[in-house]
Design a protein around this ligand. Structure first.
Ligand code: ZN
Length: 307
């Protein structure tokens, strides 16, 4: 290698390094507790943000395995997006305490609480955390209603613009595009599920309530007697009776729920266990919020049709 080429290469490498440093320094560092919130953050933030999700797509958002690396990630964050309504109560508070990052403090512009602005369903009148109840402030699984996703996306855009005013126009434009795409897809999803209006579904956890209400389905029973409390034989016997009486044909199970329990109930009722996931990335080719919803709606419509 001659001297001139060596100098040229070194210069190119330095410019590349500087470019990397500048772009990563300029990008807003966003941490979301769960992959669905991370997917919305990517829609709104586009090229101006770098997004990390703490929970894996296959992890139960109520019980995420807290790791030391999560503390480092939270320590470096410019923005934290959480589901709120105590979804992450079991694991996030100690991580935040150790991370010591005032940018994402509870009242800082860098803190987004997704449940703010959502009309919460199933706010309990009585609640006993000691028995394992987890839906203390109402049902926190609202993001699978596309209209909830619009509320959360707007909330995210507002906070991104506050934390990073230089890119505010980009966030506004991305939000407008997201809203328009949701409106178009919602019409498609409603069309796909319209033939099954009133169909009765059974779920493991109370995690399809907002979805059912948006698309005109009925959650007949859940295998858990209460959110967070494991199925008991007595409760399952009651579920089986109700499913037979109502001719319920599908049991929806997410990757972190006990599929074998669902299989037992399915055997006794002639129903079918449907593997479904509310987190983008849990199933193949479901990177975005739209992919995840497409997968869910299509899988459910196919099963309800008897396919
Ligand atoms: Zn839950």
């Amino acid at each position: 290698m001659n001297k001139l080429t060596a100098i040229k290469l070194a210069t190119v490498a330095l410019i590349a390094l500087a470019g990397t440093a500048a772009s990563s320094a300029a990008r807003l560092r966003v941490v979301a507790t769960t992959p669905d919130l991370a997917a919305l953050a990517r829609e709104i933030g586009g090229s101006a943000v770098e997004v990390t999700a703490l929970a894996k797509p296959t992890e139960d958002p109520h019980y995420v395995d807290a790791k030391p690396s999560h503390i480092v990630t939270l320590n470096r964050a410019d923005v934290l997006i959480e589901g709120g309504a105590e979804l992450e109560l079991g694991w996030l508070p100690p991580l935040l305490e150790s991370a010591r990052n005032s940018k994402i403090g509870s009242t800082a512009p860098g803190r987004v609480v997704a449940s703010q602005g959502i009309r919460m369903a199933e706010i309990p009148t009585t609640f006993d955390r000691s028995r394992g109840d987890v839906h203390s402030l109402g049902n926190p699984h609202f993001l699978i209603d596309p209209l909830s996703a619009k509320v959360v996306a707007a909330n995210i855009a507002t906070h991104f613009a506050q934390a990073d005013p230089a890119s505010a126009a980009l966030y506004r434009a991305n939000l407008a595009s997201f809203m328009a795409r949701i409106d178009a897809k919602l019409r498609q999803w409603e069309g796909q599920l319209a033939p099954f209006r009133g169909a009765k579904i059974v779920t493991y956890h109370k995690d399809f309530v907002y979805f059912a209400s948006r698309f005109g389905l009925e959650v007949l029973e859940t295998l858990e007697p209460k959110p967070g409390i494991a199925p008991s034989p007595a409760h399952l016997a009651q579920v089986i009776g109700a499913m037979k009486a109502a001719n319920a044909r599908v049991i929806l199970v997410q990757p972190y729920q006990n599929r074998r329990t669902a299989e037992t109930v399915a055997r006794q009722t002639g129903a079918r266990v449907l593997d479904i996931a509310q987190q983008p990335g849990a199933r193949r080719n479901t990177t975005t919020y739209f992919d995840m919803m497409d997968y869910m709606v299509t899988t459910l419509a196919t099963a309800l049709r008897g396919g």
